[in-house]
Design a protein around this ligand. Structure first.
Ligand code: ZN
Length: 288
């Protein structure tokens, strides 16, 4: 976790220099694969292997990615539940194998802070992974990480939602005062899966419609053109005006027909391109 803190404190990469690559991965969710198989005693060897293999591939990648996002749901067991400590321990052990010069960017998911977070679960998250919302600059790009669980269910933490909202307005003002190439948002839960006005699916995957529209309007108006999310365990995505909601499938267990994998994101001066790869097909050379 050390490299992540250093990244936030020391990152002065506010100027654009050249195209670069970053990785968006999400939902390693250690324990889900056995849970879906209906096993009573859970193991997470498969998730450990997938995460190790993905990190090996990221370490080998040329050019070296500027950062690696883990977009939430690190482990399956909710705060306070059995297996959580061991799952977290194994997850962090896998992350330790990432090259130290590739900073980690965490965005928290519902399994990290609970479906209905409390001050205690947020404190625990902050202790283990740092701030649950923050901004950073890298290669001339301004990035904002949000805690989307405040938008999903903030019954016990309404004051924290207000703080994040106020903070976001201030940060969007900072962005507007400078000349960054892109504004990118990372959050676990997507605003929508395919269509802005789609009906919520049976898993209630997305942010509810009134808040969704309000947030998309605000982010788009401020200059955001990309929101990277997960939570759906399938690849999806769509457009709100010219803002792209990208939904990346899981590094761990799948709920659709995709293979476990991650997304390689290529950042150019005037555009951002991205492609999802299964773990065993992650390319070594990225053409920029
Ligand atoms: Zn989730």
């Amino acid at each position: 976790m050390q490299c992540f803190d250093n990244f936030k404190k020391n990152n002065k990469e506010s100027q654009w220099t050249e195209p670069f690559v970053f990785i968006h991965s999400t939902d390693p969710q250690f324990g889900l694969i056995d849970r879906m198989a209906g096993k009573h005693v859970l193991k997470w060897d498969k998730e450990i292997q997938l995460t190790r293999d993905a990190i090996k591939a990221v370490n080998r990648m040329q050019p070296k990615p500027k950062f690696l996002v883990v977009g939430g749901d690190f482990v399956h067991s909710m705060p306070g539940n059995a297996d959580r400590n061991q799952q977290m321990c194994d997850f962090q052990m896998c992350l330790d194998q990432l090259d130290k010069d590739i900073p980690l960017v965490f965005a928290c998911g519902n399994h990290d802070v609970g479906d209905c977070p409390t001050n205690d679960t947020i404190d625990e998250y902050r202790r283990d992974f740092g701030d649950d919302y923050y901004w950073f600059t890298c290669g001339g790009v301004f990035s904002i990480v949000l805690n989307s669980q405040y938008y999903k269910d903030d019954t016990h933490v309404k004051d924290l939602t207000k703080k994040q909202d106020k903070w976001l307005d201030e940060v969007l003002d900072i962005y507007k005062q400078h000349n960054y190439k892109h504004l990118v948002v990372f959050q676990h839960i997507p605003y929508f899966l395919r269509e802005v006005y789609e009906k919520d699916d049976r898993f209630k995957t997305c942010i509810k419609e009134d808040l969704r529209i309000k947030m998309l309007y605000k982010l788009h108006k401020s200059g955001a053109r990309y929101v990277f999310s997960g939570h759906y365990h399938s690849n999806a995505g769509g457009m709100y005006k010219d803002l792209e909601q990208v939904v990346t499938s899981a590094l761990g267990g799948q709920l659709g027909t995709d293979q476990s994998g991650l997304r390689v994101v290529k950042v150019y001066e005037n555009s951002i391109q991205h492609q999802y790869y299964s773990v065993d097909e992650i390319p070594e050379i990225i053409q920029l």
